[in-house]
Design a protein around this ligand. Structure first.
Ligand code: FES
Ligand code: FES
Length: 209
């Protein structure tokens, strides 16, 4: 293979910049998994049907089995590995874990990223909106009700109001909620006290969003 068969690209993946030399034909999913070792993105059907390879590119969900890595050049990619912070699960992951919203777990990264995208647009989705958003993902274990009831429905409980602070805010708030619970504070108390959108104190780097 000759040099002209390769292209230099720059991907910002989960906040980290990577410069990679790839063949133009290589899929984003393969580059994420094989070149960057981010194997949370699973490949199921490899033709855009199952959704297990879902990642976000500039905040929009895409099937990484249908996108060439060169198409993501210069863009921000978020994979399921980008959800947890500081060793703490994202509330969505926590909800799936606690309420058994997964069986074998193969489809789970795709469901998580799809649900995460929904929350970026709509912090208080209706039942219909949740079902509609998740309808493009296939679970081979067919645990759809569990995913919806335990995972998707539960995450609404974490999306307090209109605050657009995302990962940092949630992680921090969960910690605070945990300790505040022992003092008998409710979720509403936490929201009022800590969410800048509700007049609370600045509590995370994203509070000006
Ligand atoms: S592997 Fe990409 S949609 Fe199924
Ligand atoms: S949990 Fe097994 S494919 Fe969905």
């Amino acid at each position: 293979m000759q040099d002209e068969d390769f292209v230099m690209i720059r991907l910002i993946v989960n906040g980290e910049t990577h410069r990679l030399v790839v063949e133009p034909r290589r899929l984003l999913a393969d580059v994420l998994r094989e070149d960057l070792g981010l194997t949370g993105t699973n490949l199921g059907c490899e033709h855009g049907v199952c959704g297990s390879c879902t990642v976000l590119v500039d905040g929009q969900s895409v099937r990484s089995c249908l996108m060439f890595a060169v198409q993501a050049n210069g863009h921000e990619v978020m994979t399921v590995e980008g959800l947890a912070r500081g060793g703490e699960l994202h509330p969505l992951q926590q909800a799936f874990w606690e309420k058994q919203g997964l069986q074998c777990g193969f489809c789970t990264p795709g469901f998580l990223m799809t649900a995460y995208e929904l929350l970026q647009r709509n912090l208080n989705p209706s039942e219909e909106e949740i079902r509609s958003a998740l309808s493009g993902n296939i679970c081979r274990c067919t645990g759809y009700q569990q995913i919806y009831r335990s995972g998707a429905k539960r995450f609404r409980g974490y999306s307090w109001g209109k605050c657009h602070c995302t990962i940092e805010y949630w992680s921090l708030t969960l910690k605070r909620r945990h300790s505040l619970r022992t003092d008998g504070h409710s979720v509403q108390d936490v929201k009022r006290r800590f969410c800048p959108k509700f007049g609370g104190e600045k509590n995370c780097d994203n509070s000006n969003q």
